[in-house]
Design a protein around this ligand. Structure first.
Ligand code: DC
Length: 214
């Protein structure tokens, strides 16, 4: 079974995917991590030109373990792919159409022959348009900025709320205006607005949807 979850930054995709993947024994595929790994490799190897980035995206060796550790070319990069520098580069790189095509192939290979739960921006539209379950997870920009602001505080990261809000707004725009693989709402997705929901409520709702489909 393929469960695909798309949504904007801060909508809770990662948290929800992790909990449900664990609970139901599904393999979790974090498609954003593939863009982040490519960005990290590009930074480490000083690769900047579009054609070189496309070439680099052809033979990436990425492994995501059940406990969410990420390995790139056999080396653990779980934390290295979460820096601001990598986030910014990943956002830029994810606009290149041929890079996306190569990474979509990779994401499909990572999912072959398994029960999977994928999360990203185009998993319901491009990666697995025929997934048994397709969900669009959403929340208002204010709520998502609030969540990220609180998360940062817990991690002792000092970024003013205004800045978190503005950068999330900019990421939304970029995610929704890509030439290929843009984050889009479609009639085939189940739309869940999590603005006024607790994490438990979201997890329960999606678990019920999956169990009803089994
Ligand atoms: O979800 P994330 O922040 O880890 O994603 C990293 C970057 O990759 C982000 O800029 C959005 C982009 N991305 C994408 O374009 N398509 C996906 N399916 C997943 C992520």
């Amino acid at each position: 079974m393929v469960v695909a979850i798309d949504g904007p930054a801060g909508s809770g995709k990662s948290t929800v995917t992790n909990i449900i993947g664990e609970k139901l024994g599904f393999t979790k595929v974090d498609t954003g991590a593939t863009y982040r790994c490519l960005a990290l490799k590009a930074i480490r190897n000083n690769v900047e030109k579009e054609e070189d980035l496309i070439e680099l995206s052809k033979n990436l060796d990425i492994e995501i373990t059940e406990d969410k550790k990420v390995f790139l070319d056999g080396q653990e990069v779980t934390l290295d792919i979460r820096t601001n520098e990598v986030s910014n580069r990943a956002s830029f790189i994810s606009n290149i159409v041929d890079v996306r095509k190569n990474l979509v192939e990779l994401q499909r290979k990572m999912s072959v022959g398994k029960d999977v739960i994928l999360e990203g921006r185009d998993t319901t539209t491009v990666v697995f348009p025929n997934a048994e379950i397709k969900i669009y997870l959403d929340a208002t920009l204010e709520e998502r900025a609030n969540r990220r602001f609180r998360q940062n505080k817990e991690l002792n990261i000092e970024v003013p709320y205004e800045e978190v809000y503005k950068s999330m707004e900019a990421r939304d725009y970029n995610d929704m205006h890509k030439e290929f693989g843009a984050l889009t709402k479609t009639e085939n997705q189940i739309y869940i607005d999590t603005t006024n929901m607790t994490l438990e409520e979201v997890v329960d709702e999606i678990t019920n949807i999956i169990e009803g489909e089994k």
